[in-house]
Design a protein around this ligand. Structure first.
Ligand code: ATP
Length: 375
């Protein structure tokens, strides 16, 4: 069986739906978006991630037409948006506060925008019913927003945003108001609806797990720049910098000096008198260059004995243990005071606590477990 992988960004003949071309946005002397160039493709679920104030909302607002770039160009479906007002763009923006009309029924909330655009009555009915079916809200159509749950209100807001069939839907923290469990369920609904409607979604979220779950590609931003754009597995497994590695998930960063050992192999000397870390990487480093080994806690095995034949094995002492039910995180001090987190899955319900505080343990990992980064 061949699986058709959705990756239009890898196809040079594919035309992007959205093009940022050298876009800069300044507020006075402050640069919110810094010379940003990025393509986003039809049917993508594109997630913007980054710390508060890095420019995510500014990017969305420029797409929607609520802000104009100071420099550069934004194109949607090949058309320069500079002179196109928000209401004439095939773009809809769904805000964190869904802003449903409390006095209108769910049905009328969804119909609101369609009436405003003077769609014929029969067509409105058809469209609203379709949106209700899509979001599984048909049975609640006559209720007011306060008579349904938070998750259901969220689906109404989505139905309303999609009713006018925008080419592009911008979602600013759309699930921010939901609790964790409902949030996770709604993420899958969101993906399902996105797939069924074929709409392109750009989502801003603070929640990196959410971005990883829903997105076709994740963009990690910092100070108005995109630092890396990649699929969720790639951004997790092959971060291009310490910043990205650290932003997505938990990671150990060990600093050292690089020494080339083969075509794609390096030894990273990280502590006096210690065996260097052996790693394989596509990163090219010069002799003695400062390098960072980025190693995810779940990629490290923890054991009582030195594992035979392990490529990387180092002895340390358990300083702290974090028990999370499904997994435990061990904070282990290595020679020279370097602290490393290693994770183990708790497969048995009442397993004996294998390790405890102050225990001496061996940490080991493979040649390809870590990323070697230049910065
Ligand atoms: P958050 O995650 O906190 O919402 P964000 O990444 O969405 O942050 P933006 O809202 O895009 O950040 O803001 C980017 C930067 O631009 C911030 O430093 C913000 O203070 C600044 N900024 C945004 N709008 C304006 C404005 N109208 N005037 C001046 N500065 C602004």
């Amino acid at each position: 069986m061949t699986v058709d992988v959705f990756a239009p960004w890898e196809d040079p003949t594919e035309k992007p739906l959205i093009q940022f071309k050298g876009v800069t946005k300044r507020y006075g002397s402050f640069t919110a978006i810094d010379n940003l160039t990025q393509d986003i493709y039809t049917r993508e679920f594109f997630a913007l991630l980054g710390p508060s104030g890095c420019g995510k909302t500014t990017m969305m607002r420029m797409l929607a037409g609520f802000e104009t770039p100071t420099e550069g160009q934004i194109l949607i479906a090949g058309q320069d948006m500079a002179a196109v007002p928000p209401n004439e763009r095939a773009v809809n923006m769904m805000f964190q506060s869904y802003a449903l009309f409390p006095h209108l029924s769910i049905w009328d909330n969804i119909a609101f925008g369609l009436r405003r655009m003077k769609m014929p009555k029969a067509q409105i009915e058809e469209r609203v019913e379709e949106m209700l079916r899509l979001t599984r809200m048909t049975q609640f159509a006559r209720r007011k927003p306060h008579q349904v749950s938070g998750g259901q209100r969220q689906r109404v807001a989505l139905a309303r945003s999609l009713a006018r069939a925008p080419k592009l839907l911008l979602l600013d923290e759309p699930l921010g108001a939901l609790d964790k469990k409902l949030r996770e369920e709604t993420q899958f609904e969101l993906m399902d609806i996105q797939e069924k409607t074929g709409t392109t979604f750009v989502i801003v979220t603070h929640d990196q797990e959410e971005a990883m779950t829903v997105a076709s590609r994740v963009a990690v931003m910092d100070h108005g720049k995109i630092i890396q754009v990649a699929t969720p597995p790639k951004i997790y497994e092959e971060p291009n910098s310490v910043y990205v590695a650290d932003f997505i998930g938990d990671v150990n960063i060990i600093e050292g000096a690089a020494h080339k050992t083969s075509e794609d192999g390096y030894d990273i000397h990280w502590a006096e008198g210690q065996e260097p870390i052996h790693a394989k990487t596509t990163t090219v480093l010069s002799e003695g260059q400062k390098a960072f080994v980025a190693l995810r806690p779940e990629k490290i095995s923890i054991g009582e004995e030195k594992p035979e034949g392990a490529v990387n094995a180092v002895k340390g002492k358990i300083i702290d243990i974090g028990y999370l039910g499904n997994i435990s995180t061990y904070h282990v001090e290595l020679p020279g005071g370097v602290m490393v987190k290693a994770q183990a899955t708790n497969t048995r319900r009442l397993s004996r606590r294998n390790f405890t505080w102050e225990d001496e343990v061996w940490l080991s990992w493979t040649l390809t477990a870590a990323s070697v980064l230049e910065r």
